[in-house]
Design a protein around this ligand. Structure first.
Ligand code: AMP
Length: 182
């Protein structure tokens, strides 16, 4: 069973939902940079105030800030983990590799959740999060295509990429993910 994992896929692919299920079943740390940033926003920290403006526009928050959050969490983690929503661009991925080498915890699999645009938009509009209005959604998809999608090739070249079809019911998708992890 692989237990140092990364979820890749567009906003609305179901990364958060599936990450929660997989992490509770296999006792992995669910590390969602989006959730961690939203917690900072809710707590009205200085960092949260800075992040909120960018998040509400669908822009990425600065790499240094996100990398510091992730490093801090992984340093104190002995068991497995699942990174959800991070890395979000090539620069973050290139910083992650030496960080994990230092911790002697290399990634074991990158799961790409694949889903069509029409399903994505439908799911995002029904979610009702503050950054889920139509203009912001469109912008987040564009940011995904320009900045995050190049990671697909990045991890394919490292022979870590596994594609999972993210259509259908939540349990169906979970089963597909689990069979990719053994
Ligand atoms: P998510 O919950 O993953 O959809 O993230 C929501 C928002 O948080 C994104 O639109 C970004 O503004 C910000 N965010 C989350 N993860 C990252 C990351 N790894 N790098 C930069 N910004 C991020």
């Amino acid at each position: 069973m692989k237990e140092r994992l990364l979820f890749l896929g567009p906003p609305g692919a179901g990364k958060g939902t599936q990450a929660e299920l997989i992490c509770s079943q296999f006792e992995l740390l669910h590390l969602s940079t989006g959730d961690l940033l939203r917690a900072e926003v809710a707590a009205q920290t200085l960092l949260g105030q800075e992040a909120a403006e960018l998040m509400n526009k669908g822009e990425l928050v600065g790499d240094d800030l996100v990398l510091a959050i992730v490093e801090n969490k992984l340093k104190s983690q002995a068991g497995g983990w699942l990174l959800d929503g991070f890395p979000r661009n090539v620069n973050q991925a290139e910083a992650l590799t030496p960080m994990l080498e230092d911790l002697m915890q290399p990634i074991e699999a990158v799961l790409l959740l694949e889903v069509s645009d029409s399903v994505l938009i439908e799911r995002l509009l029904s979610r009702g999060r503050e950054d889920d209005n139509e203009d912001v959604i469109r912008h987040r998809l564009e940011v995904y295509r320009n900045q995050t999608a190049p990671l697909i090739d990045h991890y394919r070249k490292k022979d870590l990429l596994v594609s999972v079809e993210a259509h259908g019911t939540i349990p169906d998708i979970s089963k597909r993910i689990m069979s990719a992890l053994v």
